[in-house]
Write a protein that binds this ligand. Structure first.
Ligand SMILES: Cc1cc2nc3c(=O)[nH]c(=O)nc-3n(C[C@H](O)[C@H](O)[C@H](O)COP(=O)(O)OP(=O)(O)OC[C@H]3O[C@@H](n4cnc5c(N)ncnc54)[C@H](O)[C@@H]3O)c2cc1C
Length: 379
């Protein structure tokens, strides 16, 4: 067993931490208030070669491993979780299905702009009536000559306003009452597709969350991604990788909350002592540190299994579930340690809690993770 990062992983960690501290963290409070999307940060990340980090060099990728992807997602989320989710979705939901299931021509055409940062990656699964039960998809793609004609809608889709194309799921046939769900690549400027960016969210304010409306959107049949009828299965595989990203985001937010709580507890005095001199505060901080350590190890282990080409569905679910729940708990405790100040925006800990909440919902709720884990442990 080797718990050390490799030289390359350490180099990536050092570089992204410096970038996150110097370029991402300073504007995070403002972006949370103004909801301004961090365009400049993503231009810089493109120049740093981060946008295609785990993908092959032939498409402009960096050929790094999944642990490196987790490190970058953690460090960005520690500074600004809106930046973290944008990056995580770009790689693990936008780029990954193209990499896993695309033809050579599709990878050249659609993965390359993602790796080069010319397009953000996005993924359209969720619908108004198909969330946890994603197989309940109602969007249809009907064949008409050489084209599919798509009608329906998708909700809560991350990054779509900044994506040039995205993969979606749609029903391509119904046989004996069974839906055939396929994945199809759709250019976001296709006629009849409207991308609406109007949600008023609880947190992650600087991330882009959109509704997609398809009104007779025509795409060539060659835009089918992977095997016809395998769309739902392909998206489940994609979500396994995405859950490592959510776990890494959670570790980043929890780490930020812990660091704020630790430093505040050493400054704030009550009853003639710093808060950190009270044993109850020390115990809270000790618990936080322990839970972060465990969550980070779980994320790295799931990423490592993925990199070994071994099954990682259970570990990805476990790391996502555990890390997102401790991120909420730690953000909440960090506010408590700050007292009234923690309730105020400049201290940032309240933002961590609002941002962390999404991690218990997106890419499968905590209940869905427990269902996945229960199935895989033989319940
Ligand atoms: C900010 C944001 C970004 C997102 N980004 C994307 C994206 O990029 N692409 C995308 O496709 N989707 C995205 N989503 C959607 C997200 O994945 C879904 O919201 C999530 O899967 C839950 O679906 P739902 O909201 O329909 O909730 P529901 O499925 O309606 O669940 C409601 C509640 O019921 C519980 N529940 C449901 N079924 C069961 C059951 N069988 N047993 C026990 N409890 C159950 C759930 O756990 C939950 O607590 C995003 C969502 C948000 C909020």
């Amino acid at each position: 067993m080797d718990f050390d990062l490799t030289a390359e992983q350490k180099m990536i960690q050092k570089m992204i931490r410096k970038f996150a501290d110097e370029e991402v963290a300073p504007g995070a409070i403002d972006r949370d208030r103004t909801k301004e999307f961090p365009v400049k940060i993503f231009t810089q990340l493109s120049k740093m070669g981060m946008m295609g980090l785990p993908f092959p060099a032939q498409y402009g990728g960096g050929e790094a491993d999944t642990i490196s992807f987790a490190i970058v997602t953690e460090e960005l989320s520690r500074a600004c979780a809106s930046t973290g989710i944008t990056y995580s979705a770009h790689i693990s939901l936008g780029g990954a299905p193209l990499h896993l299931f695309g033809t050579e021509a599709q990878k050249k055409k659609y993965l390359t702009p993602i790796c080069e940062g010319d397009s953000l990656g996005a993924f359209g699964l969720t619908e108004p009536n198909a969330g946890s039960d994603a197989g309940g998809t109602q969007t249809t793609a009907v064949e008409d000559g050489d084209e599919f004609v798509i009608n329906g809608s998708k909700v809560y889709i991350t990054n779509a306003s900044y994506a040039k194309h995205l993969a979606i799921t749609a029903i391509t046939n119904v046989k004996n009452g069974e839906k055939e769900i396929s994945a199809i690549i759709v250019p976001t400027d296709a006629e009849g597709l409207t991308v609406i960016d109007q949600y008023e969210k609880m947190g992650l304010h600087a991330s882009n969350t959109t509704e997609l409306v398809f009104d007779n959107v025509r795409v060539p049949k060659e835009n089918l991604l992977g095997q016809r009828g395998n769309g739902f299965q392909q998206f489940l595989v994609t979500l396994d990788g995405g859950r490592i990203g959510i776990g890494a985001m959670a570790v980043g937010i929890a780490q930020a909350a812990f660091e704020r709580a630790l430093s505040y507890s050493k400054e704030r005095k009550q009853f003639g002592k710093t808060l950190s001199e009270f044993q109850i505060t020390q115990f809270k901080l000790a618990d936080m540190a322990m839970k972060i350590e465990l969550a980070r190890n779980m994320v790295y282990k799931a990423a490592w299994l993925k990199d070994q080409g071994r099954p990682f569905t259970k570990e990805a679910s476990m790391c996502k579930l555990y890390a997102s729940e401790i991120a909420m708990e730690i953000a909440n405790e960090a506010i408590q340690i700050h007292g009234g100040y923690g309730y105020m925006k400049p201290y940032e800990v309240e933002r961590y809690m609002r941002d962390a909440k999404l991690l218990e919902i997106g890419e499968g709720t905590s209940e869905v993770q427990r269902m996945v884990i229960a199935r895989l442990i033989g319940c």
